[in-house]
Write a protein that binds this ligand. Structure first.
Ligand code: NAP
Ligand code: GDD
Length: 344
């Protein structure tokens, strides 16, 4: 019998890749988004699936809206991808971030408990919960130490998911996902900021790219690989928490270096701290500057995870390497910058 999946945050990066994956597996996919969505369905259109999804209006800050949707859709599985997901913004909007990213999850879990406690639930947890991590690489057992309002809100969501699992026997799993990127990534996140703006610089449409802490290290993988892990979590007999990561960390500086090379720019660095600059050796022009505006009040310097449990228990495996990911994003943005068309 055909399964129905309700995907919240369907207009986002992961919403698009997960919906495509579920459609390929024969699911009926119902995508929930806000009536006031700031994103269009352009990511879904980009993957050629916009017309294959049913859409419902739902805002995670409104309990009645969440209840009504779960009642009407009667899903077998709910993938909760909706969130205010930008760490930088969470410092400016901490209360809103908590409402959506923390309490929003309780609203969904309450809807499941009320409508049908047999619905399987995926919560989009994050490596940001480890924050100032005490060990590296982090595992499901590493203590949490969040460093920003986003991480704190997501940690509440993580624990409430575990609580509904234990208290009510709901099949509720948390994916503790490390940074995953793609050509569909929002342009406020550092990877896509780099590839999109360096591409514009290449075509003379922009002069410089301003960055913050380029020594921050992240464990970057490809979003298309990670959504398969989400699905695998909900097919497992037992619900649990799983880390999805690559096990390798790279600096923002390395990401910029490889992106520049992929775009045909020969990037060399000069200076230190806020005076550091990235120069294109061929033209001699400064193309990267450091702007303290992009520093965070509290930074997470390094995150790197161990995907051992997911690999051994779920049979999950990533396919795209760091270098392939950077190349994929740089080439997609090269084309967009050349054609001058950006829809997300
Ligand atoms: P994204 O591109 O920012 O998408 C977030 C989605 O949430 C958008 O569709 C947005 O819809 C929706 N949303 C925001 N506020 C909402 C609200 N109040 N009610 C309903 N929907 C709302 O994020 P992503 O990269 O796909 O990430 C998906 C999830 O995984 C997020 O929960 C994120 O925190 C988590 N996560 C991401 C990563 C990563 O590296 N990508 C890693 C770990 C965890 P609008 O179009 O209406 O704005
Ligand atoms: N956005 C941004 N812009 N980040 C910058 C910049 C800049 O100009 N310069 C340096 N950085 C550094 C940030 O300080 C951070 O250390 C790192 O680059 C990555 O920043 P983001 O790409 O914004 O991602 P994030 O790691 O804060 O959060 C993402 O990954 C989390 C999982 O670890 C988001 O997708 C979260 O939703 C997700 O949970």
């Amino acid at each position: 019998m055909q399964k129905t999946a309700l995907v919240t945050g369907v207009t986002g990066q992961d919403g698009a890749y997960l919906s495509r994956y579920l459609l390929q597996r024969g699911y009926r996919v119902v995508g929930a988004h806000r009536a006031t969505s700031i994103h269009s369905r352009s990511r879904l259109a980009c993957l050629g699936i916009e017309e294959h999804i049913e859409y419902v209006d739902m805002d995670l800050v409104e309990l009645a809206s969440v209840l009504r949707v779960v009642e009407a859709v009667r899903p077998d599985e709910i993938y909760n991808l909706a969130a205010q997901s930008f760490v930088g913004r969470s410092f400016e909007q901490p209360v809103y971030t908590a409402d959506v990213d923390a309490l929003g999850v309780t609203r969904l879990l309450e809807a499941i408990r009320t409508v049908n406690s047999g619905i399987r639930f995926y919560q989009a947890s994050t490596s940001e919960m480890f924050g100032c991590a005490l060990h590296a690489p982090q595992t499901e057992e590493t203590p949490f130490f969040p460093r920003n309002p986003y991480g704190v809100a997501k940690l509440y969501a993580h624990w409430i998911t575990a609580n509904y699992r234990d208290a009510y026997g709901i099949h509720a799993s948390s994916g503790i996902l490390y940074n995953h990127e793609s050509p569909l990534r929002g342009r406020e996140f550092v990877t896509r900021k780099i590839t999109s703006q360096l591409a514009l610089i290449k075509y003379g449409r922009q002069k410089e790219l301003a960055l913050g802490n380029i020594d921050a290290k992240r464990d970057w993988g490809f979003a298309g690989d990670y959504v398969e892990g989400m699905w695998r979590m909900l097919q497992s007999d037992k619900s649990a928490s799983y880390v999805l990561a690559t096990g390798q960390a790279h600096t923002v500086r390395e990401f910029a270096q490889i992106s520049a090379a992929e775009l045909g720019l020969d990037l060399v660095w000069e200076g230190k701290g806020i005076h550091e600059r990235g120069i294109d050796r061929k033209s001699g022009k400064t193309i990267i500057t450091i702007d303290p505006e992009f520093y965070r009040p509290t930074e997470v310097e390094t995150l790197v995870g161990s995907p051992c449990k997911a690999e051994q228990t779920l049979g999950w495996k990533r396919h795209v390497s760091f270098e392939e990911l950077v190349g994929m994003m740089a080439h997609a943005d090269d084309q967009l910058a050349r054609d001058g068309t950006y829809s997300f």
